[in-house]
Design a protein around this ligand. Structure first.
Ligand code: NDP
Length: 270
């Protein structure tokens, strides 16, 4: 149940998976006003929907209309994917799960030290999922103190995690011993030259550097990190993987990642 125009890249990606696996399912985009949210959720349940995605502004408001929450959605207090289980509608959050699935292709997050730029919705989802996956420490680097300390507080109190906030001023030097560096901000979206204020000389080949930005996928940060010898992960992988997790939740099948990535790239004009 997402807002936005038809021709949405997520629709193209999910429907490509259904078609490839011979599933006679549909994933449709519907615009729902905040006032109609409760009625829409009850309608989806009455009509036997296996689930739906929801985007802003419904990610928090949808919770009161659901029958329960998955673990990470409950910790972060935001839902972007609803799944019907035993006739109950359960809220999940697949953004962080998509990130984690990408990350696990290159490293095991357990015991790792993470530097996360940003404290908005995407960063929150990633940080909570990484916390649940057993990282050792998360340093949140954020411009605004309010959002940064809210996320750090959540990680400390709800996940008992070693978390600290660094207010972002000037080029941030990534401390030696950091294992995973993530851009969770919107810097770089539709602008391949946009520069994240990070001292790239502090990036070392033992680090994994990831970006949430999916368009363009080769952000300036990832290009710089690649030239420093780091392993890199793009935001397109995260987006495909959150789609994969959604399809798995709804259908029970493991969809073909390559088919979904190609459909997404085509829809994004990449
Ligand atoms: P929010 O608006 O919730 O948060 C934006 C974050 O970026 C905040 O931490 C904000 O800092 C920071 N920020 C923005 N501009 C600047 C700047 N000029 N300097 C420093 N910090 C800045 O957005 P979301 O978290 O929802 O989304 C972030 C990005 O992630 C988007 O580009 C979105 O497209 C992408 N995304 C990708 C997904 C994927 O699957 N690949 C999934 C979800 C999102 P402050 O708190 O100081 O304002």
């Amino acid at each position: 149940m997402s807002q936005g125009a038809a021709g949405n890249p997520t629709v193209a990606m999910i429907e490509a998976a259904f078609a490839h696996h011979g599933l006679h399912w549909r994933y449709v985009n519907m615009e729902i006003t905040p006032a109609d949210l409760g009625a829409a959720v009850r309608g989806a349940k009455a009509m036997g929907f296996r689930g739906f995605n929801c985007s802003l502004p419904h990610k928090v408001a949808v919770i009161e209309h659901l029958d329960g929450l998955g673990e990470s959605a409950s910790v972060m207090g935001a839902v972007n994917c609803v799944v019907r289980r035993d006739d109950k509608l359960i809220g999940e959050n697949t953004d962080g799960k998509g990130f984690l699935k990408s990350l696990e292709t290159v490293t095991d997050p357990r015991g790792k030290s993470v530097v996360l730029f940003g404290a908005g919705g995407a960063s929150r989802a990633i940080a909570v999922e990484l916390g649940l996956a057993g990282v050792r420490k998360i340093t949140v680097v954020n411009r605004s103190e309010a959002r940064g300390s809210e996320l750090v507080e959540l990680l400390r109190t709800k996940l008992n995690l070693d978390a600290e906030l660094v207010i972002w001023t000037g080029d941030h030097a990534v401390p030696e011993g950091s294992d995973i560096v993530i851009n969770g901000t919107s810097i770089g979206l539709y602008d391949g030259d946009a520069r994240l204020a990070v001292d790239t000389a502090t990036l070392t080949p033992d680090m994994v550097v990831a970006d949430v930005i999916f368009s363009p996928p080769r952000t300036r940060l990832l290009r710089d990190a690649g030239s420093r010898g780091c392993k890199t992960l793009d935001g397109l992988g995260m987006l495909v993987n959150q789609g994969i997790v959604g399809v798995q939740f709804w259908t029970g099948i493991e969809p073909d990642a390559e088919v979904m990535r190609k459909a997404l790239e085509k829809a994004l004009g990449l």
